[in-house]
Design a protein around this ligand. Structure first.
Ligand code: SF4
Ligand code: SF4
Length: 334
């Protein structure tokens, strides 16, 4: 079954970066400590911030992120606390190194998904992007999680460097017992985004290539019994455009207290909320919330500002397609 997943209007999603430190240096890493801080939140602070959002949005979905969140020695305690607070689901995003024996400290009843990241179907494609040995370590981590009964999902970030190898992923995922496959589009964000050579090598693929490859691979993966989610990215001129910042409850929390509603804004001090003195407060203008209502022919206004290379060609001033909100997804269920 194939659905366009409008933003989750009836549930909130809390993306909680509990630290920005990581053992890897992926080439396309979106973490930017100059903007997101270098702190590792202590357990008391994590507890207070979890409580803050649980009060605001009872039964939200919670995703623990980093950096690498399993580097945090108190991640298991944070998971247990989030369950007590009534979060509807708990996911741990990991690069697969699974520090601090995290698999032995939480249970499948506490963690809905371990979400692993892999950017190639073998080490020759993945490791130049994510680091020497990372393919081996990640697939070993997936096997260990499956063996202990955890549900496992996998994120593949598509760029020019690895799209030609995406079609080999469904068979690998089926072998590994992965239940959900998230295909991501690379964003021009993070420390590397000022580097022209990196940008050229890791650029987003064009619309024709995206539409030719991604839906086909998604169908193959769904045929293997895997639920697949991928961003829509491109809208035809007649398709409605909507900004998730106006209609959905997504919060991207960083250890320096910044809280964004839009991931494309994360390289700038455009956060519309911040945690200060234990409270969630609105920030001063101008911030991302002032940008969300701006309607432009090209679709997403932040895309126009931060990654204009993927903008559509114009014919008589009319763009031939629009850029969708980065949070608008297509979903295929087996
Ligand atoms: S694993 Fe994640 S946080 Fe770490 S370097 Fe890679 S993309 Fe960045
Ligand atoms: S990606 Fe664009 S459309 Fe989506 S929330 Fe951000 S500004 Fe709005």
């Amino acid at each position: 079954m194939h659905n366009t997943v409008a933003f989750t209007r009836h549930s909130a999603n809390i993306f909680f970066h509990i630290l920005t430190r990581c053992n890897l240096r992926c080439r396309h890493c979106y973490i930017n400590p100059d903007q997101h801080g270098r702190e590792t939140l202590d357990l008391d602070t994590i507890d207070r911030w979890l409580t803050l959002f649980a009060r605001r949005h009872p039964a939200a979905n919670l995703i623990f992120l980093g950096g690498e969140p399993t580097l945090h020695p108190d991640l298991a305690s944070a998971v247990k606390r989030s369950r007590q607070l009534g979060y509807a689901s708990v996911t741990i995003d990991t690069n697969g190194y699974l520090f601090h024996d995290i698999l032995d400290k939480v249970t499948p009843a506490e963690v809905d998904f371990f979400s692993f990241s892999l950017d190639g179907p073998d080490p020759s494609i993945n490791d130049p992007l994510r680091g020497e040995g990372s393919f081996e370590q990640c697939t070993r981590g997936i096997a260990a999680a499956r063996q202990r009964g955890f549900a496992v999902s996998l994120i593949y970030t598509v760029s020019r460097a690895n799209i030609d190898h995406l079609h080999r992923m469904p068979a690998l995922l089926a072998d590994l017992g992965v239940e959900r496959f998230f295909i991501q589009v690379i964003g021009i964000r993070g420390r590397w985004s000022d580097d022209a050579q990196q940008q050229a090598e890791l650029a987003q693929v064009d619309r024709e290539t995206w539409l030719d490859v991604i839906p086909r691979v998604a169908e193959t993966a769904a045929g293997e019994g895997i639920t697949v989610t991928y961003p829509k990215v491109f809208l035809d001129p007649g398709e409605p455009f909507e900004c998730a910042g106006l209609v959905a409850d997504n919060y991207f929390i960083f250890p320096n207290g910044r809280v964004y509603r839009c991931p494309l804004c994360e390289d700038y001090a455009l956060h519309s909320l911040e945690i200060k003195d234990g409270q969630l407060k609105d920030t001063a203008k101008v911030n991302e919330a002032d940008l969300f209502p701006l309607l432009i022919p090209e679709g997403c206004v932040m895309n126009r500002i931060v990654q204009p290379r993927n903008l559509p060609p114009c014919d008589n001033g009319e763009p031939s397609y629009k850029i969708a909100c980065c949070l608008l997804k297509e979903e295929l269920t087996p």
